[in-house]
Design a protein around this ligand. Structure first.
Ligand code: PLP
Length: 371
């Protein structure tokens, strides 16, 4: 048996006719960039995320960049974030000339540890960027409280968490701005790159709409310097079809994740392969099902691969140890939880269409690991 880390065939097979019809509609309309399909998607994503406005853009990375552009960061300004995330989180901060200021993660959820945020605030701090890793929201209440008390804008990198909740509030709706990615492997994935920002602030929404088209809402009139980062209609058409299924897919992911955890417990494997911790206040939408393997993680990965089971490390190198951030002056050992997570975590195949038989096979493969 083969169990790939992610297999979109099942999803695309059932939607194939609808997706092709939607793409035909875009071609016939000749409206390829922004336009009515993008506007409809923006309205639906805003509603889905419990926010007033949504602004489509070219990728999740650009959503982060545009969100930070509204802060007018200057050289040496600092943005507090986690070192255990996809590169774009910190990359967007550095790209604008500011400095990522990392705080270590909570070893159970792998999200930024809120109790460490306040100590990282300096006179140069301009914002906080929280990430909802693997589809589970960071513990937002303490972070929101710090953001309010210090008057620091808060951005949510919700690229992995569309539809996730913290105490009933949807990912993207809790901070000033939320950012989504529609990269094909994300829970709501397009047929290419795409991204979206959400906010309930009228003025921020207006500014973001300008920034994505070179800073000019009126043609050839530029109030500020923006970038070209627009969502195209092909992506919006595909995403509109898929959005109708997102709730069902997220529920399926949650069920599949629960089943893995049950199987691991039944097999008495939960210490060798520690299942993900789900905060009781969270609706985890399992963008990834990530286990912690305290010993021999890399050998386990190889063993799984030999048995036809795909797995992947998200992420093998914490961002403070990336070469491009050497100038920040961080040292090995400075964020021990992030470093440990990079050595011990592994994502198992978990997607809405995975079968119980495939999941049993994955756990059997883990069971047969001798190390
Ligand atoms: C995918 C992802 C991004 C970037 O999204 P793209 O659409 O690939 O640019 C940013 N942050 C996190 C946490 C992500 O997982």
């Amino acid at each position: 048996m083969k169990v790939p880390l992610l297999d979109l065939r099942g999803q695309h097979l059932s939607l194939r006719a609808q997706l092709l019809g939607a793409l035909e509609g875009v071609i016939d309309s000749q409206q390829f960039v922004l336009g009515p399909q993008v506007e409809t998607l923006e309205q639906q994503v805003a509603k889905y995320s419990q926010t007033k406005f949504a602004v489509g853009c070219a990728s999740g990375s650009d959503a982060l960049l545009l969100a930070l552009m509204t802060l007018d960061l200057k050289a040496d300004d600092e943005v507090i974030t986690t070192p255990f995330t996809f590169f774009a989180t910190a990359g967007s901060i550095a790209r604008l000339g500011a400095r990522p200021r990392f705080v270590d993660i909570d070893p159970q959820t792998y999200n930024m540890d809120p109790s460490r945020v306040e100590a990282a605030i300096t006179p140069r701090t301009r914002a906080i960027m929280a990430v909802h890793l693997y589809g589970q929201c960071a513990d937002m209440d303490p972070i929101l409280e710090i953001s309010k008390r210090h008057e620091l804008p808060l951005v949510e990198d919700a690229a992995q968490a569309i539809g996730a909740e913290d105490r009933g509030r949807r990912a993207g709706s809790m901070a000033h701005i939320g950012c989504f990615s529609f990269y094909p492997t994300k829970n709501l994935g397009g047929a290419g790159d795409g991204g979206m920002l959400v906010t309930s602030d009228t003025e921020l929404a207006r500014r973001l709409r300008g920034l994505r088209v070179h800073g000019g809402l009126t043609e050839y009139q530029h109030d500020e310097v923006g970038i070209n980062s627009r969502l195209d209609a092909m992506q919006a058409a595909v995403l509109l079809v898929k959005l109708q299924h997102l709730e069902a897919w997220s529920e399926a992911r949650r069920r599949k994740a629960e089943f893995y955890t049950e199987l691991l417990r039944e097999a008495g494997l939960e210490e060798k392969f520690v299942p993900p911790f789900v905060r009781p206040e969270a609706r985890h939408i399992f963008h990834q099902y990530v286990i912690r393997i305290p010993r021999h993680r890399d050998e386990v990965m190889k063993h799984l691969s030999e048995h036809g089971v795909g797995s992947k490390i998200y992420y093998p190198i914490p961002l403070h140890q990336q070469k491009c951030f050497a100038y920040l002056g961080y040292e090995e050992g400075q964020f021990p939880e992030a470093e440990r997570a990079a050595l011990q975590t592994l994502a198992l195949p978990c997607f809405p269409e995975i079968t119980a038989e495939q999941q049993r096979y994955v756990v059997e493969a883990l069971k047969s690991f001798g190390g």
